[in-house]
Design a protein around this ligand. Structure first.
Ligand code: PMP
Ligand code: GLN
Length: 375
């Protein structure tokens, strides 16, 4: 008997595999294709010959933990105690999984906002808890009324993803006011805030859960160096939670991975002394603007993109096919891979929308756009 009967291979794997099979330009799975900062690869190359190859302490390499605490302080003016409130994880994925496994019990309910990233539901199901999927509004803002209606005494957690994959939407001050009101009515609900794209916002500033006092003792925040430093394959990130929740999260982490691979922890610890995360927003804003300009004369209709490195586009003017079929045919007939948005919904709602990843060098964006403009 399967513990996850409805889980199939992730759409990111399916589309990337198909893209490579057809030699298509891969704008599906979210990963950059440009070179990593040489300062980071130089550090890693040098460190590989040093004494960095054994287990680090369970929760992380202490100098890295201090630097992450400094990053949080510099970014959000929040002081955390790295010994008690911080965990280095094997990517945000492990932070999410570990947090849910540690804190959600059988029959609890967890609110997930659709469209939603694919890592949230399975750990909830493995806890024998119930995912409660609540649709965002058509403009991808949270509908706080329907979220509140979905809450009950069984609700244990609400998961927010800000900036949002796949829509590129970011939460506003008003959203946090609404969240505060909701949490006042439900004192047992905790918040899991997935902020892996925290440094990738454009016209509007990212508002982090770290800056909201009402969240500090009931929010778990996950982030990923994969996104911030263009190293998705390194699988390293971190989770921050108040001591009483982190104590439980560490119990699971201890037996899931014990500690994260040492060399990447040593390397990122050094790199954090020289890198400026605040340059990331401008870097990706230029990519977004360039990609949008290249697609200006296409028949795709581009949706607003406030953050992340994803652009949602409607193909309603081009085809009547459902979005999964459209994406498959886009690879086969036009040589470009994208992600169908319906796969982010529990009811697979087809809205003729697809997601392009623009974390690509300009040549790739130009080559893809040329093909997309010919459709
Ligand atoms: N959350 C979101 C919203 C993501 O898009 C991703 C994908 N990278 C992750 C979590 C997972 O991050 P990581 O690769 O660090 O596990
Ligand atoms: N986060 C990536 C995306 O949204 C996918 C990561 C993965 O393949 N698991 O494209």
């Amino acid at each position: 008997m399967s513990k996850l009967p409805n889980v199939t291979t992730s759409i990111f794997t399916v589309m990337s595999k198909m893209a490579s099979g057809y030699n298509a330009i891969n704008l599906s799975q979210g990963f950059p294709n440009f070179p990593v900062d040489e300062r980071l690869t130089d550090i890693a190359a040098r460190l590989s010959k040093e004494n960095v190859h054994q287990y680090t302490p369970m929760a992380g390499y202490p100098p890295l933990m201090n630097k992450i605490a400094k990053l949080i302080k510099d970014s959000y003016k929040r002081t955390i105690n790295p010994d008690l409130e911080l965990l280095v994880t094997a990517g945000a994925t492990q932070g999410i999984f570990t947090t849910i496994l540690a804190l959600v019990k059988e029959n609890d309910e967890v609110i997930i906002l659709d469209p939603s990233y694919d890592s949230y539901e399975s750990p909830v199901l493995l806890c024998k808890a119930k995912p409660v999927r609540v649709a965002l509004n058509d403009d991808y803002t949270p509908n706080w009324e329907t979220i509140e209606k979905a809450c009950s005494e069984k609700s244990r957690m609400i998961i927010i993803n800000n900036p949002h994959n796949p829509t590129g939407k970011i939460l506003t001050e008003n959203d946090f006011i609404q969240l505060k009101n909701l949490l006042e009515k439900y004192p047992d609900i905790i918040v899991l805030s997935d902020e892996v794209y925290e440094y990738i916002t454009f016209e509007e500033k990212h508002i982090s859960a770290h800056t909201k006092d009402f969240l500090l003792d009931r929010c778990i925040m996950v982030s990923s160096f994969g996104k911030s430093f263009h190293i998705t394959g390194w699988k390293i990130g971190y989770t921050i939670a108040p001591e009483h929740l982190m104590k439980e999260i560490k119990k699971v982490h201890q037996f899931l991975v014990f500690s994260v691979n040492s060399i990447s922890q040593f390397a990122i610890s050094e790199y954090l002394d020289v890198v400026d995360v605040n340059l990331l927003g401008k870097f990706y804003q230029e990519k977004r603007d360039y990609f949008q300009k290249l697609l200006q004369n296409s028949r795709f209709e581009l949706k607003p993109c406030e953050g992340t490195y994803f652009q949602v586009a409607s193909y309603a003017n081009i085809s009547n096919e459902d979005d999964v079929t459209f994406c498959k045919n886009l690879i086969i007939n036009h040589g470009v891979a994208a992600i169908p948005i319906s796969t982010f919904y529990s009811d697979h709602k087809d809205q003729k929308l697809i997601r392009f990843c623009f974390a690509k060098d300009n040549f790739t964006l130009e080559s893809a756009a040329k093909k997309l403009c010919e459709i």
